[in-house]
Design a protein around this ligand. Structure first.
Ligand SMILES: Nc1ncnc2c1ncn2[C@@H]1O[C@H](COP(=O)(O)OP(=O)(O)O)[C@@H](O)[C@H]1O
Ligand SMILES: [Mg+2]
Length: 376
């Protein structure tokens, strides 16, 4: 539904969804203000003093009173909080079971570990959580972390005016967020530790007190331990495809500090929807074929590595470009040769390698979809 609500529709007792922000009107007796209900503009401002409302976080509210219903230019709609709005993340596919667990974990404040193959949506999900819950998003890639202090400062050496070397400590976004969180208890921070399995084991160990009930870290500039405020939520991600099993770098004690959530690639129907939204020029038939080929590769045994949603997206980017669009689906084999085979070791024309095995799978799946194939 679009357009504006009428006052007749907004009777007392009706429940609607709204997102509130601090009321900008100075001296007002109401702390929170919203302008839309269920995404439609309301005929009067919506005000509330309900302490359970969190600014920026969608919630379900109940209309209690409408003041001055007969005046167009004045009055207000007063509401009270009913519950938090159902968890929904625009544009990101999330398995319904994972979604439910995620909601519980986020409400409990536990550290979360997103565990899934590369390109299955861990980073987009973390970012979307922050957006939809009104949290500040702090992205930190752990791949370059060698020492524990790297989480909090990066050390840079430069020449001073006299030419002597000076060491600068540059705060990382994590340290800035911890300090900011302590100063602003009303703000919430989501610290996303990407590729946690790729940092040095010893550095990861030093991060552990931050993640368990002691919740404190060593501040390498001030030389003292600082507490981690409650308004900081950690979410870490690890890439664990088939190829990582067995060599997975995080030990049991470290893993135990997180509530793990297993993720996987979206099912074909969901992946087609994701790609269709982003690449509306590509026909449904071609999207079906691209995703069917990717699905076949993901389910093939004996391949090292797998194929991410980045790869199907890349195929779409080629296909919609004018240099390829004219050929229609005849362009698919050539596109997949680079975007799909190119992500595996070996060469597409060497059947003894993974890339060659992928090329055979591509040919078989394209053949089944009646796509004209180049000579083998
Ligand atoms: N479940 C998903 N929903 C929406 N987009 C996805 C999903 N999985 C992957 N993508 C898309 O694929 C690309 C890679 O996703 P990303 O979140 O960076 O993967 P990861 O962090 O798991 O390696 C992004 O463009 C992302 O939008
Ligand atoms: Mg990622």
């Amino acid at each position: 539904m679009t357009g504006k609500w009428t006052l007749e529709e907004l009777v007392a007792g009706r429940t609607v969804e709204a997102t509130f922000w601090p009321n900008p009107l100075e001296g007002s007796e109401f702390k929170f203000r919203a302008t839309h209900l269920d995404g439609r503009r309301a005929p009067k401002v919506i005000l509330s003093n309900d302490e359970r409302i969190v600014a920026g976080v969608p919630c379900i509210v109940k209309v209690t009173t409408v003041h001055k219903p007969d005046r167009d230019d004045r009055g207000r709609i007063e509401v009270e909080f009913v519950t938090r709005a159902p968890f929904r993340i625009e544009g990101v596919y999330l398995d319904p079971n994972v979604s439910k667990k995620l909601q519980v974990l986020l409400q409990s404040g536990l550290n979360i570990l997103l565990d899934g193959p590369q390109g299955c949506g861990k980073t987009v999900l973390a970012r979307a959580i922050a957006d939809s819950l009104g949290m500040e998003f702090v992205f930190f890639n752990c791949g370059a972390v060698v020492e524990a202090s790297d989480f909090f400062v990066s050390i840079q050496v430069r020449a001073s005016a006299s030419g002597a070397p000076v060491t600068d400590f540059i705060r990382t976004d994590i340290l800035n967020a911890l300090e900011d969180a302590a100063e602003h208890p009303d703000k919430c921070f989501l610290v996303f530790l990407d590729e946690l399995n790729r940092c040095q084991e010893s550095a990861r160990n030093a991060l552990m007190p931050a993640l368990d009930s002691t919740r404190r870290v060593f501040h390498p500039i001030e030389n003292t331990f600082i507490p981690i405020p409650d308004n900081v939520q950690f979410i870490a991600a690890v890439n664990r495809g088939r190829e990582f099993s067995g060599t997975f770098g995080i030990d049991a004690a470290q893993l135990d500090r997180f509530a793990p959530l297993q993720m996987d690639y979206p099912p074909p129907k969901a992946e087609i929807e994701i790609l269709a939204r982003r690449h509306p020029k590509i026909s449904g038939a071609n999207l079906d074929i691209i995703v069917a080929v990717a699905d076949a590769i993901r389910h093939a045994a004996d391949l090292t590595g797998t194929l991410s949603v980045r790869a199907t997206e890349e195929a779409c980017i080629y296909l919609e470009h004018e240099l390829f669009a004219e050929d229609g689906k005849r362009a698919l084999p050539e596109i997949m040769k680079t975007s799909f085979c190119g992500r595996f070791p070996g060469r597409w024309d060497d059947v003894t390698t993974d890339a060659g095995a992928v090329w055979s799978l591509i040919r078989a799946t394209l053949g089944a979809h009646k796509v004209p194939l180049p000579e083998a």
